[in-house]
Design a binder for this molecule. Sequence first.
Ligand code: 4AZ
Length: 853
Amino acid sequence: MSQHLFLPLVMLAMCPTPGAFPDSGKVTELREDCGRPEPSARILGGSDAQPRSWPWQVSLHQGGGHVCGGSLIAPSWVLSAAHCFVTNGTLEPAAEWSVLLGMHSQDGPSDSAHLRAVAAILVPENYSSVELGADLALLRLASPARLGPAVRPVCLPRATHRFAPGTACWATGWGDVQEADPLPPPWVLQEVELRLLGEATCQCLYSRPGPFNLTFQLLPGMLCAGYPEGRRDTCQGDSGGPLVCEEGGRWFQAGITSFGFGCGRRNRPGVFTAVAPYETWIRDRVMGSEPGPAFPNQTQEPQLGPREPREENCTIALPECGKALQPGAWPWAVQVTVPGFRPCHGSLVSESWLLAPASCFLHSGTSDSGPSDLDAWRVLLPSQPHAERVARLVLHENASRDDAADLALLRLRAPVNLSAALRPVCLAHPEHYFLPGSRCRLARWGRAETAPGPSTQLEAELLSSWWCHCLYGRQGAPVPLAGDPPLVLCPAYREEEEAGRCWNNSGWTLVCREKGTWFLAGIRGFSGSCLRPRVFAPLQTHGPWISHVTRGAYLEDQLAWDWGPEGEITEPQTCPPHTEHGACGLRPEAAPTGVLWPWLAEIHVAGDRVCTGILVAPGWILAATHCILRPGSATVPYIEVYLGRAGASSVPQGHQVSRLVISIRLPRHLGLRPPLALLELSFRVEPSPSALPICLHPGGIPPGASCWVLGWKDPQDRVPVAAPVSILTPRLCHCLYQGILPPGTLCVLYAEGQDDRCEVTSAPPLLCQTEGGSWVLMGLAVRGSQELFAAISPEETWISQTVGEAHFLPPSGLPYWFPESGDLCPPDLAGASGFPGAAALFLLLLTPLIQGW
Ligand code: 4AZ
């Protein structure tokens, strides 16, 4: 039962002439006395039901605990919901269940409470799942219930019985009080008043897709009860229990609690199995039982209830959360000022409640009994000229111990009038998953040391947990399973104008957009370093606390969301090896933006040609000198570098990173022009799935590696292609290209039938994926060649000295080995260099014979 605090203070009309109830007796007497609770002084107005108010309510136990509700309809029969007993299409054995009657609190036995075994469970043949209807079940008790003031049957409606939309009825049960928030001890039976909704109204509400495009088709035999604004509802654990309506002094069971999208969500009223249509089904099954259930005639004409809106008009009662006219102009951004302190940034979460870090208030005269000076606190709301006052402060119980729970809720003295410029942010339910690729923004949170700058606009995209852990987590450590809910939210940022600013002077929230609606997804307090905030604590784990305190926060109104492939990961995954400078050579399987080669750079030289480059450290690109510097040119060209591109024309280029080159470094080479150049970028790039340094191989050929030449086929569209190749041993290479190769040249052989060659003027790189999973750079194409590459390993010292953070992996594999002379080559190959491909193939076929060379 959820939101039971909203129960109105009303006295139920009592039956006029309460008669003594027979413990056993004539069938007619019993039938007449269905649906009449003990007429003791029963006061409604709280969430806990009074004892004996709902004497037909039973608790169905399995494995020693309450699972579902039910209603006593005859001494030996209980009505409940089929879904309580059917698992994966199979009816559970009756012997596993027991029925507790005359219960008030699940805490301990009372005089009236007694237990019955279940002799049989009957479910309609056409029941398959709750959404498809027929969600009812009959339980035959092994022996009749002991009837008395706390145990009495309810009346059942005839098939012709009509319950008018708008009628106030009552649902009862021991179910959750919020989603994922079980009824607390002493587990007293809960009651909630629900209004019957007309079919069209209910369908209209459930047809409104909400953020996740989820709708539901109401079917005949279902009925809805609740409110468009939600808040009062049944919930998990109430299933099978009764929805009863009073008519002429008797309580008739109109519905059986069946399901709904979540609990208490707006536009998602509870769905019940309508009992009246099942009169025949019930009668047929209980036939012969004496006494059987009672189906009294309807004595009064159904009347239109007072609050039923026009059927086709189901305009939701509340304005929507999470809509912003433009990102950054957040209509929920609030500032709370406590005298003597800087303003604290928080978010409006309903008409009356704000969410902000508890740390803003922990040191401002707050005691357990609350702060002493709330009167002096002021709240500035967007587009409001006057400050508002605070009526109440509720600190999260773990606020001072756990950064992820650094939360406080503040109630305004008076609810605000919401508008397009002033509306709450949406809060996510615990099952809500912000999927990798979700678009997010940063927003200020808590007390800022400095005035907010334009970085409140910073855009980010959520990373998968694999990326998050391999990029930011402890490298090489096993990646934890995707949490449920995720343990962290991990954004990769888009480029910002003010690179290099320091981020440690403020806390931040991550607001993420789903279908045009912004959710407050994560929070992050002050960080100790200047780096942009990396990991956020997901806020949805606190959904139940926020709902519990506010009872009216604007939670999203949809439940199910497929977690997608990441949710199905069952085996821990391992990050590829890393270097002392962190992650390198990680490659996403399928990045949301389509960027698959995060180290591949387009180098635009002097505006007229494009070379391939490879990111080797956050501020450095390695490229082929011959492509960057044309012979004869004396000046250093103007060079721009782009990372995170998936082709010149591909849209969107969301995570493209661009930098200017501020210096070109060449190693000292006696006489010869060195093949490799290092380009220093104007400022560093943040590691992300679209810009991540590659690892560098320190020499030899990595054992068990798969290698590719990476580049683009067409220099105009520049869609990356990777041609699979084998790297020949230096001796084979030498034999094929006798005498013409500078030391340190790598030769490759393209896979047979491989036509996707990279065009050579851009000097494509040769790279391999090692057995450990990291991608390593081996070399860059020699001018004009598809098969020959200048290895990077001979330049390890120069590269490491120039770029302190270059990621050289530890040495492994076959050592480099330069032949002193060509005499060791088989004679047949000496003249084969004109056909290196064919000759190399021949050599490879001979490999077992020549491995000892
Ligand atoms: C359940 O899971 C359940 N708000 C019961 C009722 C509702 C939702 C879920 C309706 O048993």
